[in-house]
Design a binder for this molecule. Structure first.
Ligand code: DX5
Ligand code: ZN
Length: 222
């Protein structure tokens, strides 16, 4: 499949949210990436349902919800009702991951698991067939604008190999520090969804940056 681009709304200007959502709507981006942080699982708090509702009202592309929260089971239905197309929970925050994944699927959402940089992909070996999406964190979760961790390439290759023949439609999503300097190598390694926050929203022409990230690897847009 062609890779997807998911701009992270965390890096948008919340004083001009309408403008930034509209930019993504009219761009070549595929999904809106929505970062939910609870100040417990990660040392930061992002935003909750009032802001998500405002985003959902004007967003014209699927909402890819990344839950950086403890005990996510408590809120799955509320996120579904708020408009989530996909819900990704952290491996490190789920005691009963299999049950949580089934609950997300039963809501009709794409079910994803995120791995922190120190968590090896092989912990998913006994659940890989059940997953729609694996999100590999390429920074420590909690903040935008951090430096990409190069070990991510190795993890993407390992996940791709693990999924081969067992889950060939798996979304392999990379989140953190993605830019035009690493996007091609990530796609080559097997990634098919790239999240980009600051690289998109701090650009002079964010729509153009999204188009560049969207190009098949090896081509450059003038
Ligand atoms: C980090 C978040 C990311 C973040 C990415 O915890 O999960 O989605 O917004 O932002 P950049 O692309 O700026 O690293
Ligand atoms: Zn994220």
């Amino acid at each position: 499949m062609n890779h997807l681009i998911a701009p992270s709304v965390l890096a948008a200007d919340f004083g001009n949210l309408n403008r930034d959502i509209d930019m993504v709507n009219s761009s070549e981006a595929d999904w809106f990436h929505i970062d939910i942080m609870d100040g417990v699982f990660v040392p930061n708090i992002s935003f909750g349902f009032p802001v998500l509702d405002a985003i959902a009202k004007i967003a014209q592309k699927p909402l890819d919800v990344h839950l950086m929260i403890v005990d996510p089971d408590r809120y799955l239905e509320q996120f579904k009702n708020a408009g989530a197309a996909s819900i990704t929970v952290h491996y490190e925050a789920c005691t009963h991951l299999h049950r949580t994944i089934q609950a997300i699927k039963n809501l009709g959402c794409i079910a994803g698991v995120a791995l922190n940089p120190h968590t090896p992909v092989n912990v998913l070996d006994d659940i890989i067939e059940d997953l729609d999406l694996v999100l590999i964190m390429s920074v420590n979760p909690g903040f935008g604008a951090q430096k990409f961790i190069p070990n991510t390439y190795r993890k993407v290759r390992a996940l791709k190999a693990m999924a081969a023949g067992r889950n060939d439609n798996l979304y392999i999503e990379i989140d953190g520090g993605v830019n035009l300097g690493n996007s091609s190598a990530l796609i080559n390694a097997g990634a098919n969804v790239l999240v980009a926050g600051n690289f998109v929203f701090t650009a002079e022409n964010p729509g153009h940056v999204i188009s560049q990230l969207k190009l098949p690897q090896g081509h450059t847009l003038q």
